[in-house]
Design a protein around this ligand. Structure first.
Ligand SMILES: [Cu+2]
Length: 270
């Protein structure tokens, strides 16, 4: 199909306008991340920016070249296509450029992923999280400071989160509908599901982990500020998925101790 000059002009103009709008919305941070609130999130954001700059330069360059070619090689009478078999210097330099970019991106990503997936520090504060259609429940140790064992085989109407009835540490455990953590130390999270796949997402902390029935998954992160943060479920888990939203409060150790002292241990509520 031959493009008339007018068609070629508008086609090229559309490409340039589209590229300019895309570049502007990204550079202007029109739709961007929520404010950062974790140490690990800072490293993730840095890697994201490196990736964005490399791919952004390629994206803009490719579209400018494409627009130019659409205009330059529009339909013209009596013009034949050029026949180019190969161009060794160009092919080597193009392959080398792509290889260097991929080594930077994959190397940076693998290194950071390995670090973030490493076991949590020994002084981390641990919370166990139960996901179910369509809410989050947070499991804390009681006054003895140790969380009781949990197993899905113990789940019943009277024991909705499967505490081990024979475990003395389980007697004073606490199940809360909100997540609170003390500020100033790493937070480790152990994730369990009662029913289907869910995903525990902390957008301000740049953390997300699938919650898989039948297994424990984990994450850990270090908050950099106190505050109240949203916990959306990031896996379509049923008709009520959209209301599956929890709240994470990061607060001073004193405020946290006061909050936890107001929660009712399971042993007393039964
Ligand atoms: Cu869910």
């Amino acid at each position: 199909m031959k493009l008339s000059s007018r068609q070629a002009f508008w086609y090229a103009a559309f490409l340039l306008i589209f590229t300019a709008i895309a570049a502007y919305t990204v550079a202007n941070k029109t739709w961007w991340f929520p404010p950062l609130a974790s140490v690990q999130g800072g490293e993730i954001d840095n890697l994201f920016m490196i990736t964005l700059v490399i791919t952004g330069i390629v994206f803009i360059a490719v579209h400018i070249v494409l627009a130019y070619f659409v205009w330059r090689y529009r339909g013209q009478a009596d013009r034949k296509a050029a026949y180019v078999t190969h161009n060794t210097p160009f092919e080597i330099s193009a392959a080398a450029t792509v290889a260097v970019a991929l080594v930077i991106l994959v190397g940076g990503g693998t290194t950071l992923w390995t670090k973030i997936q490493s076991p949590p520090p020994a002084d981390a504060f641990t919370v166990e999280v139960w996901a179910e259609q369509f809410r989050w429940t947070f499991h804390y140790p009681g006054a003895d400071g140790r969380m009781g064992n949990v197993d899905v085989r113990f789940i019943s109407d009277d024991n909705p989160y499967g505490l081990d009835p024979n475990d003395p540490y389980a007697k004073d455990d606490i199940f809360a509908t909100e997540m609170h953590v003390p500020y100033g130390k790493p937070i480790a999270v152990i994730l369990r599901s009662k029913d289907v796949l869910h995903s525990f997402f902390l957008p301000h902390f740049r953390m997300k982990m699938d919650v898989v029935p039948g297994m424990k998954t984990r994450m850990w992160f270090t908050p950099t500020q106190a505050g109240v943060f949203e916990i959306p479920c990031a896996e379509l888990c049923g008709v009520g998925h959209y209301i599956m939203r929890g709240v994470l409060t990061v607060e001073s150790p004193e405020q946290f101790n006061e909050w936890i002292s107001q929660q009712t241990p399971v042993g007393m509520s039964q």
